[in-house]
Design a protein around this ligand. Structure first.
Ligand code: PHE
Length: 342
C-alpha cells in the first residue's frame, strides 16, 4: 500500500506536468499538421498517457487518468475548431478559399498533323521562307490552266476532282498557291504553303478524300535543280532528324521541267531496309522540279530573267508510316485516345 501510495503520489506530479506540457503543445499548434503531431504525441496509441491507462490496476488511478484524457481531448477538439475557423476566415462565408491552388483544367494536345505542319513551317521560316496561305476552294484556272495542265488531263475529270461548278473546284493539290503567290508578289520569292487538298478517293484505311500537302516555291535568278536538292535535303533532315539523303527519279508534271519524284533514306532504318520502307531503304516523298517557263508566263514573270524550283508532298501518309498507324481515318475521327498519344 505504501509503495502504491508513493507511486500514485509521484505519478500525480508527473501527470500534472504532462497535462501542462500537453495543453501547452495543443494550444500552440498553429496548423492542422502541428495539431495532429501533438495529438499523436500526447493522446496517440503510444503516448505516455495511453500506456499508463493500459497499465491501470486500480479504479482511482483509472479515474484520474481518464479525466486527464478527457480534458486533453477536449483541448484538442477546441483547438481543432479554432484552426478550422481561422482557415475559413481566409475562405470567406461561403467556404470558398481564394488562396488555395486551383485545379488545373485538363489540357488538350495538338493534332499530330498540326504538329508536323508547324514543324515544317518552322524549318522553312528558318530558311527565310514566307508561309503563304492559299485557298481550298479554287478556280479551275489556278488549279490547272495556269499550271500548264493540258485540257485533257485525267486529273481534271469530275470522277477524280470535286467541282463546285464549272469554273470552281476543291483544289486537288497545293500548287495553285504558287500561282496566287506569284500574282501577289514580285520575285525573288521563297515561300511555303501548307493545307488541305481534295481528291475523289473512296474512303478506306489507306485513302481519304481529304489530305494535307506542303508546297514550296523558290523564284530567283539562276536557280537550278541543285538548289532544289539542297533545300529538300535540309528540309527532310531538319523535320525527320538525322542526316537524310535524297534520291531523285525522273518524272513528269506539267508545271515543272525537268520534273522529278524524290525519296529520302528511311527514317526508321536509315537506309538499311525495314518493313516501313518495304526493305528498299527509301521513303517516297513527293514531286518536284524546275518551274516550267509556261507557268511564269501565266503569272507575267519573264522566264528569261527568272528561274525557280517547286516541290510538293503529302504529309498524312508520312506521319501515318512514321508512327505505324493502322488506319488513315484516325486522323479525322478526333478520338481523344488517339490524339493525346502525340
Ligand atoms: N502538285 C504535285 C502533286 O500533287 C506535286 C508537285 C508540286 C510536283 C510541285 C512538282 C512541283 O502531286
Amino acid at each position: 500500500m505504501v509503495q502504491s501510495d508513493e507511486s500514485t503520489g509521484s505519478g500525480a506530479v508527473e501527470m500534472a506536468a504532462l497535462e501542462a506540457e500537453a495543453t501547452q503543445a495543443i494550444a500552440a499548434a498553429s496548423s492542422a499538421d502541428e495539431l495532429e503531431e501533438a495529438r499523436v504525441r500526447y493522446l496517440g496509441r503510444r503516448s505516455e498517457l495511453k500506456q499508463a491507462l493500459r497499465q491501470v490496476r486500480d479504479r482511482e488511478t483509472g479515474m484520474v487518468l481518464n479525466s486527464l484524457r478527457d480534458r486533453l481531448e477536449a483541448a484538442h477538439e477546441a483547438r481543432r475548431a479554432e484552426l478550422e475557423r481561422a482557415g475559413r476566415a481566409t475562405a470567406g462565408e461561403d467556404g470558398f478559399d481564394p488562396t488555395l491552388p486551383g485545379e488545373a483544367p485538363p489540357r488538350g494536345s495538338l493534332h499530330l498533323l498540326t504538329q508536323l505542319r508547324r514543324r515544317i513551317e518552322d524549318v522553312f521560316l528558318g530558311l527565310g521562307y514566307e508561309v503563304y496561305d492559299g485557298r481550298e476552294v479554287e478556280t479551275v484556272w489556278h488549279n490547272f490552266d495556269a499550271l500548264n495542265q493540258p485540257e485533257a488531263h485525267p486529273s481534271r475529270d469530275p470522277r477524280d476532282t470535286f467541282y463546285v461548278d464549272e469554273d470552281t473546284l476543291l483544289r486537288t493539290h497545293t500548287s495553285p498557291s504558287q500561282i496566287r503567290a506569284m500574282l501577289d508578289r514580285q520575285p525573288p520569292l521563297y515561300l511555303v504553303s501548307l493545307g488541305r487538298v481534295y481528291r475523289r478517293d473512296a474512303l478506306d484505311a489507306t485513302h481519304t478524300p481529304v489530305f494535307h500537302q506542303v508546297e514550296a516555291l523558290a523564284v530567283d535568278r539562276d536557280i537550278t535543280l541543285a538548289d532544289l536538292r539542297g533545300t529538300v535535303e535540309h528540309f527532310t533532315s531538319a523535320v525527320f532528324g538525322g542526316r537524310r539523303e535524297i534520291r531523285m527519279r525522273t518524272s513528269f508534271f506539267p508545271f515543272t521541267e525537268p520534273s522529278v519524284e524524290f525519296d529520302m533514306t528511311c527514317y526508321l532504318c536509315d537506309g538499311a531496309g525495314c518493313a516501313v520502307c518495304k526493305h528498299s531503304g527509301w521513303i517516297e516523298m513527293g514531286g518536284a522540279g524546275v518551274v516550267d517557263p509556261n507557268v511564269f508566263e501565266s503569272v507575267g514573270y519573264d522566264p528569261e530573267e527568272w528561274s525557280g524550283f517547286a516541290f510538293g508532298l503529302g504529309i498524312d501518309r508520312i506521319a501515318f508510316n512514321r508512327h505505324g498507324l493502322p488506319d488513315l481515318r484516325l486522323f479525322w475521327e478526333n478520338d481523344i485516345r488517339f490524339l493525346e498519344q502525340f
